[in-house]
Design a protein around this ligand. Structure first.
Ligand SMILES: [Fe+2]
Length: 204
């Protein structure tokens, strides 16, 4: 049988207490070790179910299966991006620089205006979801996405530069129901260098 690759949980790129006081060790550990892991396992379970059905020549409920796979794989991809676009506050650049800063200023007028719009997208996401900064290759412009769950409102082919998880599981231990405080804290631990690298890769 052909050996097919499956999803795997990436290690956090910093110690689990490194984002304190903005994200506590307990909050980060449960988020990564339990919630992110569940999406990895969930996506792999669906791939296995599909494989078994193919081998047995059995039919799947294709609509339900693909909807679930989109959700689980989307969760895995977004969390993997999220860990890497965060950094310990002491190491993180305070502001975007270079091409990223230029692109944001050109589009939004100022970095402050970009942060305001992104914050509004994050705080107003209905239920569980994400705010994402993405890059439209067709217009060469940065666009904010407000992703519901892990997969709704995603623009096909837009490269994601930065994400913020606003599911309650991302902040409830630290901030209870006060999502705006979590979003405000996020700005202290953005890894602007990584976001800038993603933009440079997107426009190559
Ligand atoms: Fe999450």
């Amino acid at each position: 049988m052909v050996d097919k690759k499956v999803y795997s949980l990436p290690e956090l790129p910093y110690p689990s207490n490194a984002l304190e006081p903005y994200i506590s060790e307990a909050q980060l550990k449960i988020h990564h070790d339990k919630h992110h892991a569940a999406y990895v396992n969930g996506a792999n379970a669906i791939l296995e179910r599909m494989e078994k059905a193919r081998q047995a020549g059995a039919d799947l409920d294709m609509k339900a299966t693909l909807k679930e796979l989109s959700f689980q794989a989307g969760g895995h991809v977004l969390h993997s991006l999220f860990w890497r676009n965060l950094a310990p506050a002491a190491k993180a650049a305070k502001e975007p620089a270079g091409l990223l800063a230029e692109a944001l200023k050109k589009e939004f007028g100022s970095i402050e205006r970009f942060k305001k719009e992104f914050t509004q997208a994050a705080t107003s996401t209905e239920g569980s979801g994400w705010a994402a900064l993405s890059w439209c290759a067709l217009t060469q412009r940065p666009i904010i996405m407000q992703i519901e769950k892990h997969n709704v409102n995603v623009y096909p082919m837009f490269r994601i530069l930065m994400v913020l998880d606003v599911w309650e599981h991302a902040y409830y231990l630290d901030y209870k129901n006060e999502r705006p405080r979590f979003v405000e804290a996020f700005w202290n631990i953005v890894n602007w260098d990584e976001v800038g690298r993603r933009l440079e890769a997107a426009i190559k």
